[in-house]
Design a protein around this ligand. Structure first.
Ligand SMILES: Cc1ncc(COP(=O)(O)O)c(C=O)c1O
Length: 309
């Protein structure tokens, strides 16, 4: 009789928990940690459980001072009362995508086919879609230092390699900054950069690429086979009547991400969009069919949570 005995050689016990995977073991988003702590202090003050009587002034997350515009709230109430609010198509309701397309025409004089627009759960879901759909495991994504910390964490959890680019003296990544880095990596036999992500206006520096800088950067990305992810979430929040440049004006290869969170004061609604290059359209649609149904990035929609209580 043959007796098969399974003897795990490295102490693997299938019944024991395994802990986080390498890609999931990302550093926490410090902003959200601080926010959670501040919310708890606020709650304790209001409940009279704290000696502190001073209100908490929140400076940690980029939270708008006001709620959503009253027209949005009125419309939401009407839909809540009158509609079934079931699933929608994965890329989002066509009417909204058409409105977003009109916004590009009115604000930037750029034609964007509504079919290229995918509505997401905030811009954060757009990062995930972009990194999963636009790159392969191990690809190198250039990220500015300083820049929005989530870029790095999402790269890690999608198994991409982050290449940190030091901002120039104006706190920007321009075409020449990028070219220098591309040349440095080539000279040192490092793998080429496959993607670049930045926000303009920037978080945290506030620096903004002028139109010519945006154009040059888009062209440099195309010349070097670098997929540009342009995070345009802070468009509209600028001083001195400066006009923001959208990457859409200068290239069809970029993935352009935006959101209702900041300019429209709707961070808790978890609503954003991505303008998808043609070659990624089908892929983003399929990913969105599963991602959007499962995950609401950063956190779940505030109204949904409150109404579920
Ligand atoms: C540069 C940048 N991009 C994206 C986000 C996240 O935005 P959303 O609420 O649309 O997911 C933030 C939030 O602070 C941000 O600063």
């Amino acid at each position: 009789m043959l007796l098969l005995v399974w003897a795990p050689s490295h102490g693997f016990n299938p019944a024991a928990p395994h802990g986080p995977s390498e890609r999931g073991n990302i550093p926490s988003f410090k902003v959200m940690d601080t926010f959670a702590r501040a919310v708890e202090i606020d709650r304790a003050v209001k409940a009279g459980e704290s000696d502190n009587t001073l209100p908490v002034l929140h400076c940690e997350v980029g939270q708008p001072q006001t709620g959503a515009p009253s027209t949005v709230v009125r419309s939401a109430c009407l839909h809540l009362q009158n509609d079934k609010l079931g699933y929608t198509s994965a890329e989002g309701v066509l009417e909204l995508r058409q409105k977003i397309s009109k916004h590009y025409k009115a604000k930037y004089d750029v034609e964007v086919d509504p079919q290229r627009i995918v509505v997401t759960t905030g811009s954060s879901a757009g990062f995930l879609l972009s990194f999963v759909g636009g790159f392969k495991r191990g690809d190198v994504i250039a990220v500015g230092s300083s820049g929005y910390p989530c870029y790095r964490n999402v790269c890690q959890s999608t198994e991409l390699t982050v290449d940190t680019i030091k901002l120039n003296d104006d706190y920007k990544i321009t075409a020449s900054t990028l070219r220098e880095r591309v040349n440095f990596r080539a000279a040192n036999n490092l793998p080429p950069i496959n993607g670049l992500i930045l926000s303009s206006p920037s978080n945290p520096t506030g620096a903004m690429l002028e139109a010519k800088e945006m154009k040059d950067l888009c062209e440099t990305c195309t010349e070097n086979g670098i997929r540009f992810i342009s995070d345009e979430i802070y468009h509209g929040i600028v001083y001195d009547k400066k006009v923001e440049a959208t990457a859409l004006k200068y290239t069809n290869n970029a993935i352009v991400i935006n959101s209702f969170s900041k300019y429209y004061s709707m961070s808790g609604w978890r609503l954003g969009w991505v303008v998808v290059p043609e070659d990624l359209g089908d892929c983003f649609n399929s990913l969105q069919q599963v991602i959007r149904q499962l995950w609401s990035m950063i956190n779940a929609n505030e109204a949904r949570k409150k109404s579920a209580i």
